[in-house]
Design a protein. Structure first.
Length: 276
């Protein structure tokens, strides 16, 4: 985990906090997802409606930022620790992703980030992943201040939308591999983020899973640059991300539409379950 967040991430956190307060008056949370040069293609192919439904769509990675000519790069692993530190109302979290019950370990780690007790209800991202009404019932029972969804691209956006529909306040965020990384405090060396080499650290740690993403998939992303720009032009959350990172201010509550109806769950085989 980085010791200091870039100014864009700090501004985004302040804007999310302000926006959450505004939207809570209408009994709904603020939702955000992040895409990188790999997950954008998968998510927009398998779950475009869910991506468009997110209030904020962040750009994670310098490559995608340049391909989209987007002004700011943030990521869940920068934003979540900052959000825990700066919003004292976040005390109960649902963390969806990974194998098994990691609630106690994640509670300890998120408590360290926040500097106050944080209770985490962990949901296995593989066995018996609740969807639709089952997920909604869980969210209403736990009443989380924050929902973190760390699943594969496309699937995590759909699950995020389903969870957000059952929330009346707080934050609903996708988080990719953050949950795994949070449980490995030394995952990133202190020099990785300042030098923008966190991607290289990930490849070195997980070569079998990630070598293709940062070679073949990266070149494919460059080739699809114009297609992706046109595809993302209709995603309002992308422009909100740019505005929030630039100003640190939330967007007027009236600019956000209500979350659309829950999407019908797709078969497990149609999604990647490995966190992006």
């Amino acid at each position: 985990m980085p010791s200091a967040a870039p100014s864009a991430a700090e501004a985004l956190v302040e804007a999310l906090i302000e926006t959450q307060r505004q939207l809570a008056a209408g009994r709904r949370p603020v939702s955000a997802t992040w895409l990188n040069h790999y997950s954008l293609g998968v998510a927009m192919e398998t779950a475009p409606e869910a991506v468009r439904a997110a209030d904020v769509c962040g750009v994670d990675g310098q490559l995608l930022r340049r391909l989209l000519s987007h002004p700011a790069r943030t990521s869940a692993d920068l934003v979540v620790p900052l959000l825990l530190q700066r919003d004292p109302t976040v005390r109960t979290v649902i963390a969806i992703g990974g194998a098994g019950d990691r609630g106690e370990a994640l509670s300890r780690r998120l408590t360290e980030f926040a500097g106050r007790p944080v209770s985490v209800h962990s949901v296995d991202g593989f066995e018996g992943l609740p969807r639709g009404a089952r997920l909604g019932a869980l969210v209403r029972r736990v009443q989380p201040d924050l929902v973190l969804v760390g699943l594969g691209a496309g699937l995590q956006e759909e699950v995020l939308l389903e969870a957000a529909k059952a929330m009346t306040r707080g934050y609903a965020l996708t988080c990719g591999g953050f949950l795994d990384q949070a449980l490995s405090p030394r995952y990133y060396p202190v020099w990785a983020y300042p030098l923008r080499l966190n991607w290289l650290v990930r490849v070195a740690r997980e070569p079998r899973r990630l070598w293709r993403r940062y070679s073949v998939d990266a070149w494919r992303a460059v080739a699809r640059r114009q297609q992706w720009r046109a595809m993302m032009a209709g995603v309002a959350g992308l422009s909100r991300h740019a505005d929030m990172c630039a100003t640190g201010r939330g967007v007027a509550a009236g600019a956000y539409g209500a979350h659309t109806a829950a999407l019908p769950p797709k078969s497990v085989e149609s999604h990647h379950r490995t966190a992006v």
